[in-house]
Design a protein around this ligand. Structure first.
Ligand code: G4P
Length: 546
């Protein structure tokens, strides 16, 4: 059988480079151990030499709303936005995600650029609020998930309860791959369910080869001698229960985002991390095809395509340069080559594209599917923008979620209204916040997921654009994107709720519901109108945007 034309010409180099890459993110509720696990992965990959080398880009608890603090922290995150390292003959691109809840939108967007994720859960706290939200985003795209249950050196929850909670709250099937023996002070190590091995836990000590011992099965008398009668008996019973209750790991199911393998360990003690990383290299998917508004694009297609999923402001106030992070989706990206910016319908060229190696960045000549490159931008890019070799494609699926806080922007300096307009537009294009325009009067309403963004916007408007504004709080519970099969249904709703509707950056209609109750009443009264909680309704169903 001959390959489709676009694939037939693909060079073996492209196929080799694609097969080598794994692009993923580590996600967690703040404080579950994402930064610690990241650091251990980088140590294994030889990308850093000492513990403590990775600066967390999270904003420490108790941080004031001082903008410079935030920006300093976020400045660090440019360098750690993408960390590439080699392990087991693979080139692994680890995309960092901000831990602070107020920057959750950044994380959601980063998830559009990965092929899989590792979710970290604190064994004491279980599934937390932010975890659920992040997993919702993963489920929207069926992103494969591996779960690391962390902090086993602490007295945590019963492991079976944790697994039940994962399945229930995250709506995903799980399959334990390792199993803890004891917890907290009684924690002895983990049993490798697949390979009948026991890994000894020695807190604070370097791992030695003799820490990993193979046994015939969990009933092996030798294991009883090692663990002691009671813990060994418990392990044997629990291992039997697991085999009875949980289906074996099916890699296809994992790759389809339906089944999550679960590992137990302690990131701080570098315990169970190598098992997780080894399993990752065995089963995590290479760069996957991605949907555009026109068609699905396969990574092995010869022509280059990619999209921008994140824009980072340069923190030097004298320059308004920004760095746009582009994920290569197909073909080979080459430096100094003209590419088509499909939204602006113009050719663009980059002389200094950056790749990120641990904490340093370096200019690259080529990049391959799965890679993330940093492009200097003077204001040409919006989140979601697509580059191609000429084809008019638009990558899909950079959703906007309903913000939680809404404020109207009021100009404080009438002489600077142009600067204010420009600043608000550019900052919202960068993804700092969402902008809605409400008529009459083209009022600007800014929606965010956290208070911090308002400080960021106010500060940057003043320092980068010379504009001054105030924010007036609006009592809005939720923003819902509206669609209707019949135009007249939508028009009727827009008339009826003319005081509570606005348009988003793409001209889609959005309804601002003042409470959950009012939203329900609106739904009941207008059955012909669909209310979407995020802007990705195009992929969610057959409806087309208004
Ligand atoms: P995050 O990026 O998900 O927000 O979490 P981070 O890795 O920063 O870890 C949060 C806290 O949990 C840190 O302590 C970290 O040392 C601790 N931690 C991570 N893994 C483990 C583990 O396996 N066992 C235990 N007992 N603790 C763990 P901190 O005191 O908040 O910060 P730091 O002063 O240690 O940096």
């Amino acid at each position: 059988m001959s390959a489709p034309p676009a694939l037939a010409a693909s060079s073996s180099t492209l196929a080799r480079e694609v097969a080598k890459r794994r692009t993923f993110a580590i996600i967690s509720h703040p404080d579950a151990g994402k930064t610690t696990l990241t650091e251990k992965f980088l140590l294994f990959g030889g990308a850093i030499q000492t513990a403590g080398a990775v600066k967390s880009n999270k904003i420490k608890k108790g941080a004031t709303s001082d903008f410079m603090d935030i920006e300093r922290q976020r400045g660090i995150s440019v360098a750690t936005s993408v960390m590439s390292f080699e392990y087991a003959d693979l080139l692994i691109n680890l995309l960092d995600t901000p831990g602070h809840k107020d920057f959750a939108e950044d994380t959601y967007r980063t998830l559009t650029a990965v092929d899989s994720v590792v979710l970290v859960i604190d064994c004491v706290k279980g599934v937390e609020e932010q975890t659920e939200r992040l997993m919702e985003v993963c489920r929207m795209r069926n992103t494969p998930v591996m779960i690391f249950i962390n902090k086993l050196d602490r007295e945590g929850r019963d492991p079976f309860d944790l697994l039940d909670e994962l399945e229930e709250k995250l709506s995903i099937q799980v399959r334990p791959q390792t199993w803890p023996v004891g917890m907290g002070a009684r924690f002895q190590g983990v049993w490798d369910l697949d390979q009948s091995r026991f890994l000894h836990f020695r807190p604070g000590q370097q791992r030695r080869s003799e820490d990993l011992v193979s046994f015939s099965d969990p009933a092996d008398p030798e294991l009883f001698a090692v663990l002691g009668e009671d813990p060994a008996q418990t392990l044997r019973e629990e291992a039997e229960l697991i085999e009875g209750v949980y289906d074996p790991l099916d890699i296809e199911q994992y790759r389809a985002g339906k089944l999550a393998p679960v590992f137990f360990g302690s990131a701080l003690n570098n315990f169970g991390v190598q098992e997780l990383l080894d399993a990752f290299t065995r089963i995590a998917p290479p760069p996957q095809p991605r949907p555009t508004d026109q068609r699905e694009v396969a990574p092995l297609e010869k022509v280059f395509t990619g999209f921008v999923f994140k824009i980072h402001a340069n923190i030097d106030p004298k320059h308004r340069d920004r760095i746009a992070f582009l994920r290569v989706c197909s073909g080979e990206f080459e430096r100094n080559t003209f590419y088509q910016h499909t939204r602006l319908e113009k050719k663009v060229r980059f002389s200094n594209p950056y790749a990120f190696l641990a904490r340093s960045k370096e200019v690259v000549d080529h990049a391959w599917p799965g890679d993330v490159i940093g492009l200097y931008d003077t204001g040409n890019f919006k989140i979601g923008d697509t580059l191609t070799e000429g084809e008019a494609l638009q990558y899909r699926g950079i959703p906007s979620f309903s913000p939680e806080i809404f404020r109207e922007v009021v100009n404080r300096d009438p002489m600077k209204s142009k600067q204010l307009d420009k600043g608000i537009r550019q900052l919202t294009e960068e993804g700092v916040a969402q902008l809605f325009i409400k008529e009459p009067g083209s009022k600007k309403i800014v929606g965010t997921v956290g208070e911090l963004q308002f400080d960021v916007i106010r500060y940057r408007l003043e320092h980068e654009y010379g504009a001054k504004c105030e924010f007036v709080h609006l009592p809005i519970h939720k923003a819902c994107w509206l669609t209707a099969e019949k135009e007249e249904d939508l028009e009727a709703f827009l008339r009826y709720k003319s005081n509570d509707v606005a348009q988003d950056k793409d001209g889609n209609w959005v309804y601002f519901a003042e409470s959950a109750w009012v939203l329900n009443v609106s739904r009941e009264k207008h059955p012909g109108v669909a209310f979407h909680e995020n802007s990705e309704f195009k992929t969610a169903g057959a409806e087309e945007p208004v």
